[in-house]
Ligand binder design. Sequence first.
Ligand SMILES: Nc1ncnc2c1ncn2[C@@H]1O[C@H](COP(=O)(O)OP(=O)(O)O)[C@@H](O)[C@H]1O
Ligand SMILES: [Mg+2]
Length: 293
Amino acid sequence: MIHCEGLVKIYKAADLEVFALQGLDLRVEAGELMAIIGNSGSGKSTLLNMLGGLDRPTAGSLTVDGKNMLKMSETDLVRYKRESVGFVWQNNARNLIPYLTALENVELPILLQGRRKRLRALELLEAVGLTHRKNSKLHMLSGGEQQRVAIAIALANHPKLLLADEPTGSVDSKMADQILDLFRELNRTIGITIVIVTHDPHLARKVDRVVAIRDGKISSEMLRRKSYAEELAELEQGIAVSEEEDTHVEYAILDKAGRLQVPAAYLESIGIKDTNKVKVELADGKIVLTSPE
Ligand SMILES: Nc1ncnc2c1ncn2[C@@H]1O[C@H](COP(=O)(O)OP(=O)(O)O)[C@@H](O)[C@H]1O
Ligand SMILES: [Mg+2]
């Protein structure tokens, strides 16, 4: 679904240049549910905006659903945004209208007319578990319910890809869990590819694949030892799952040129500091890094 190689985004403001993405590589398979984590300013939203066609990359290559995002015409880009991709933001107020009901809010962006529109909106509200609230005015709904309306809208035109930027940023942790459960349910039932950007490690723990981004580049990738679905099934069978247990295995990322980012703490622990050199040796089928002295 997503294939991105050496992706670069430079923002030019006055005579200042900000390198928001610095050669980022990422592949996401169709039907995946994955998360991207990283500190504020690491380039998460920039990446999501490129994926959603809201902004264009400066260099590198990016194809989403087989479409070249660097070469796409303006007309195709408009169509792409309308038909192929759905967005969910942290601050849902920007796409919802407070004095309309949940149902009316969902009907608005649907590209259909009359009765079919109503039916599609009802179907979407059901998919996000809000049928019982369909006639409530939006401002009467809780934060979590409003976020569900926003998710229903994001799904309105049958997108293949759902992009969520800090979707749980303004709700409590119980609500965050419910929203993540909803994403998982939608991923399973309609097979939609979902990319969630978050700085919440708790949320990331529940996703099978988490990619960490640092300074506009992928720094590491965490894969779940056991899929979250398996773990939930075990919970249902009464098999205890320890909260403390390490849920993910972390991998460093090796780029095409053989460059590797070694965690700073590892380097420090072998006494590599104030130098840009490290001894690399092959020993017993392992690559060993040591301090140059
Ligand atoms: N429109 C913009 N113009 C200039 N700089 C920007 C713009 N958007 C983001 N940036 C800068 O790019 C970097 C990455 O930002 P962003 O992608 O929003 O990070 P994140 O979502 O991880 O917090 C930051 O240094 C930010 O200040
Ligand atoms: Mg952001």
